[in-house]
Design a protein around this ligand. Structure first.
Ligand SMILES: C[S@@+](CC[C@H](N)C(=O)[O-])C[C@H]1O[C@@H](n2cnc3c(N)ncnc32)[C@H](O)[C@@H]1O
Length: 322
């Protein structure tokens, strides 16, 4: 098909192609072609600084999406090259076969149980593809090695993790009480090399992967502690930020956290609450704990992070302790 295009020397091809992508000018449906040692790059509009001409191009075949092939949109979560299908997906085997045809998907798992237990893990079965549960996942510029059968992980908190990281300053003491494989801790440590990050988890597998991920991301300012968060934070003082991402039982650890926070420091507290009372009941509980320690809290932010289950929401309340 005929299209507007830009002619460049082969040696400049990649640089120009990247520039055209940035400008949203490249025509992604057409194949770049080579002619007399030069490249012809199809574009959707003229681009300042480059001359344009017209030429014929081959159309690239578009890969049909899983929804187009199946006739419905299956519910699944992709983490690295592994997909986890919803526990109640009725056509799991067919969906798995279609997903496996997609680029970058090596394994399809299905959830067998809900996320449960102290370590917040779930039962998974291998439906199709390579028999593995370990993958590497990239989020906010950091890489994480994760065994999905042994540790907690959800990619649905990517924006939330960035939002928390944006509140930290270089030099801060940050305590991540329920760190898992490290998606809050590593992001913060990488962005703020002079911050001191203490990352705690009770699950030995999570701690092992956290260690791998510290190496993978070449961060030097994380101290990993394996054990119960209440005990592991004993003796610390003057924390600027404490991340408490244990939404079902975080309140049990709040007095210990308040005890090590600097005056004016911030606690990022996650919980699951009902749609009828998203924040008020929880805030009252938090105030009572503070009151019992002769402290006061000032909420600085409260927000719904994501829907969790029917009428239930994963929320975050951030508050200063004074
Ligand atoms: C909801 S996950 C959050 C993990 C991580 N912050 C993330 O965003 O992926 C909670 C983590 O807390 C850990 N955990 C549960 N109870 C704990 C305790 N008493 N002390 C320390 N870690 C605990 C679990 O093993 C799990 O990795």
């Amino acid at each position: 098909m005929e299209s507007l295009c830009i002619r460049v020397l082969k040696k400049d091809g990649e640089k120009v192609r990247q520039k055209l992508i940035e400008l949203g000018a490249i025509d992604k449906d057409l194949k770049i072609k080579s002619e007399n040692g030069e490249l012809l790059i199809p574009v959707v509009k003229p681009v300042e600084g480059y001359g344009t001409e017209k030429a014929d191009f081959e159309e690239l075949k578009k890969e049909a999406s899983p929804a187009e092939i199946l006739g419905f949109s299956p519910a699944y979560e992709q983490i690295g090259d592994i997909v986890i299908l919803d526990r109640y997906e009725p056509e799991a085997k067919r969906v798995a076969d279609v997903l496996l045809r997609q680029n970058k998907i090596r394994t399809v798992l299905q959830a067998e149980t809900s996320i449960s237990g102290e370590y917040r893990t779930r039962g998974l079965s291998i439906l199709a593809g390579e028999r593995k549960t370990e993958t590497i996942y990239t989020e906010n510029g950091c890489r994480y090695m994760i065994d999905l059968a042994k540790v907690y992980f959800t990619p649905r908190l990517a924006t939330e993790r960035l939002r928390v990281a944006n509140q930290v300053h270089d030099g801060d003491l940050v305590v991540d009480m329920f760190a898992g494989v490290g998606p809050f801790s590593i992001l913060i440590a990488k962005r703020f090399p002079r911050a001191r990050v203490i990352a705690i988890d009770k699950n030995p597998d999570a701690v092992r992967y956290l260690g791998e991920n510290v190496k993978l991301n070449k961060v030097k300012n994380i101290e990993i502690r394996e054990g119960d968060a209440r005990g592991e934070i004993r003796g610390l003082m003057g924390a600027d930020h404490i991340i408490m991402n244990l939404p079902h039982s975080g309140l049990e650890f709040l007095d210990a956290a308040m005890g090590i926070l600097k005056k004016g420091g911030i606690i990022h507290f996650y919980a699951i609450t009902h749609g009828d009372d998203l924040f008020d009941g929880l805030l009252k509980n938090i105030e009572e704990i503070a009151h019992g320690m002769n402290l006061r809290i000032t909420p600085v932010n409260k927000r719904v992070v994501r829907p969790y289950a029917p009428y239930q929401y994963n929320i975050c309340i951030e508050f200063q302790v004074l």
